[in-house]
Design a protein around this ligand. Sequence first.
Ligand SMILES: Cc1cn([C@H]2C[C@H](O)[C@@H](COP(=O)(O)OP(=O)(O)OP(=O)(O)O)O2)c(=O)[nH]c1=O
Length: 631
Amino acid sequence: MLLNPVLGKLVGKRVVLASASPRRQEILTNVGLRFEVVPSWFKETLEKSLFAAPYEYAMETAKQKALEVANRMHVKHLRTPDVVIGADTIVTVDEQILEKPVDKQDAYRMLSRLSGKEHSVFTGVAIIHCSSKDNQLETDVTNFYEETKVKFSDLSEELLWEYIHSGEPMDKAGGYGIQALGGMLVEYVHGDFLNVVGFPLNHFCKKLAELYYPPPKHNIQHKKYDSIPSVDTFENLSDGESESSNFTEHKAASKLDNSGMCSSGAIYNYENSSSVRTGFMVPLENQSGVSESAAKLPSKILELMDGFRASKALFVACKLKIFDHLKDKGPLKAVDIANEIGTSVCGTERLLDACAALGLLEKTSQGYRNTDSANTYLTSDGEYSLHGYIIHSNDHVWPLFTNLESAVKEGSRQNHRAFGRKAEDLFKDYYHSWEVKQRFMAAMHSIAHLTARDVATAFDLSQFKSACDLGGCTGALAHELVQIYPNLKVTVFDLPEVIANISYFQPSGQCTAPVTFVSGDFFKDNLPEADLYILSRVLHDWSDEKIHVLLSKISAVCKPGCGILLAEMVLDDEKKNRSTALLQSLNMLVQTEGKERSGSEYRGLLEQHGFTNVKIRLTGNLLDVILCVKT
Ligand SMILES: Cc1cn([C@H]2C[C@H](O)[C@@H](COP(=O)(O)OP(=O)(O)OP(=O)(O)O)O2)c(=O)[nH]c1=O
């Protein structure tokens, strides 16, 4: 941790990179930062003339990219990210801002302007610290920029076009990539090379140092670090998640510092408490001679160790329908809730307190009431209810996960151990009783409904006239698709047991465009004709062999230009960053013959069946989306 103590401050936090740029992902991954990637949907259309300087435009765009992701994640997930990082890179020459070229002509226009001249590359960065208060997102924005000067040699027409035809310019500001072929065009670079590639790592670390390690009292007037604080300094600092490593507290100090209006007493109080609790100024020693920083709490491990307790508290509260009971009601006392649901007062009170501490309930002197999130997601009848999935997790996934050790040893599913019977077929297990089938369909419906809009809009699907959602279950995604693409005819194809049971899940109220339901087994029966075949959370259930059977059937009925849309949790190629998807892969191990796969693995499977031009979108919601077309 000596090399990156500043980045160490982000360990254990939910850090999100609001960028689709593979370069930014690589730069941050290379220094060991753990983060999720949620590309921003903010369109880079701010009016440039409103900004006094180009870097202000880049900083504002970076900020808007990050805020869009912070807001989207806050609304869609129960857990708000802790830190969202956004960036925007622009090139400026002759007082003109150049972004990514829209086509080859545009790339030519940009590169010929840069030929033989010095230009500036600005990257604006926004670091947004997020918190949730009364279910409202609160953000604290730190914004900065870095400038690097780059000089190009004189570029001949021939060279320019050869470079443009390489395809490299198209997704890069100014139409070149200094890190690859574009490096051959460059005579010199003054400044941070990584800034040109899209992320000013050094300045970013300095900014984090300012935020997380405010300067000691005697030099608080000169807060800005000129360099990343030296390694020696950091050896004395806590890397733990102690209360005083909290960003908010340091931010409070830097705000005091920035305003210059606080009394010296206020500064003194702050530093005093900081030094006592973190050993920031003076590493304290306890009686055994171990410094406070060495005795830091392994908070991440503790959180993981106890994670199941929180899950089970949530499951039981849902199972006992506590959130249903509190819906649309004022605060209720524990005793009243216990009487109503027939549970012990002492046990109920502890469960309610735990739920309040987990942010699922609000506790006041008058009693307990639902948070907005609980009303939306945890009651059983809400439009975006996750109740079905939570009950499925409790009744089905939980018993399977208790056999994870056997699953890892044996490398196979554990249904026989968890439920005392060996299902010959994955779905027979769910459909052996009406109750289990209803529970499973409710679970699939919750996730499909919650993710449907992001899946349906990840790509523009308006070129397709008909779609067939294979294994589309209750039709939640199909209904969303026909809303968004009114000219699209959607067929849901699923097992007869499923189709017989869909009426309960159909949208009520206003008439929606029709969705057709067809029963059949996609491994055995003929597939309905369609321009687009959708497989949402289907491939992860199956082995590569079975997937090849299914893809070859689809390929056989697909005409050129027709496509496949996959919705799955997509792993990063190195399988090391996306913990939710990696845990989902363990979930597949305990209950199916399938697994979660990386983008390259899906690409490999699809390309073998003639589906090329594979595009992958990480949505930031539970499911990512892959679109490919038959050539
Ligand atoms: C000048 C230059 C830019 N670039 C890249 C960095 C950025 O990815 C891109 C500039 O576009 P940006 O809009 O900054 O970023 P992006 O569209 O790639 O990703 P997102 O908006 O989701 O964050 O150009 C290089 O890779 N090499 C270079 O030499």
